[in-house]
Write a protein that binds this ligand. Sequence first.
Ligand code: NAD
Ligand code: MG
Length: 385
Amino acid sequence: MKRIAILGSTGSIGQSALDVVARHSDRFKVVGLTAHANVELLLKQVEEFGPEAVAVTNGGVAAELKRKLDIPVHEGQEGICEVASNKDADFVLSAIVGSAGLLPTLAAVRAGKTIGLANKETLVAAGDIVIEEAQKSGAKILPVDSEHSAVFQCLEGQDRKFLRKVILTASGGPFMGKSAEELRDVTPADALNHPSWSMGKKITVDSATLMNKGLEVIEAHHLFGVSPENIEVLIHPQSIIHSMVEFTDGSCIAQLSVPDMRGAIAYALSYPERLEGVIEALDLPSLGQLTFQKPDIKSFPCLSYAYDALSEGGTMPAVLNAANEIAVEGFLAGRIRFNDIPAIIKKVMNSHEKTAMSGIETVLKADAWAREHAMKLVESIEAST
Ligand code: NAD
Ligand code: MG
């Protein structure tokens, strides 16, 4: 029986993971759940899965849960870190959104857990530190992001010295083919209307700007030790090939499936085994064709900003990530326009004096600085319109 803690259990990934767990209750036992604000759903999950402890970020919510539950209720970020590092869990699914997932994921890493990593922002902001800490503690990081799960699956049984290139696929999002001018007036509702994946709001907007793919380039660099020039991005609107690897002899291996995150989640949960009938099988004849094209950096510059941040190194990726989080929040709240997202990120990056990574404190400081700076830009754009 694998004992599982889910950080961010009320989110899109968290709920999909619990769906997999519910179908395989002979193999998995939920020992910890954490959430931010959705108390109602968390209570339902507690009732169904019977965890041994929960944690929530908000103190008021924690007080309410303490009255209703007879298991330990931890609170605040420390409380989430407590669930992440608790000795009762063998496997921690890191599925909090944004850099709020960083310290809890690091706590699980330091505790030497096996981690199913959906929270890509952790590796973007602090990849070098997280990978180094995992090497020290013996923690194993299994990718849950579908592209990285695909690359991981393609590399199974292969000698990494023959790996030449990682090719990440991207759906292109709802605005593929639009010019920057045509993107001027798109609304949050337009951006949230993703053509192939159903996900949380932040990552859905990131998919629309192509920042999601930028974050994934950085994530791939840390997970697979591939340099930025050997990570290519291809637009593949059908979202059937989740990513590919190319070897030194010119041969490529790709991983295919219907776009359903339960596939990648279940693979991490059961690795190195595979579960029975997790997702629908592919019906290639009815799909007809799979197509590919190069990304349009002019309309979607966020992707190139991520490459820039990765080659700058140090605190720059953390700054890119934090500025993006604030800009996306501003866009979702109707305070700025879609094209202001890349503009804000670029400005924040340009004003940042990169520092070398000397520990997690450096990352947290850069993250806080970038948030504040980006927030001021959101306010000034809002005030001028
Ligand atoms: P979501 O918004 O649906 O859920 C986020 C979860 O995090 C919720 O449980 C919420 O309670 C919790 N949370 C939010 N703010 C928090 C805070 N400040 N402190 C503690 N917990 C907090 O997001 P999602 O779509 O499930 O994505 C989660 C992560 O997985 C993201 O990093 C995303 O990039 C990654 N990911 C998601 C998908 C997908 O299909 N949804 C695919 C690949 C990767
Ligand atoms: Mg992905």
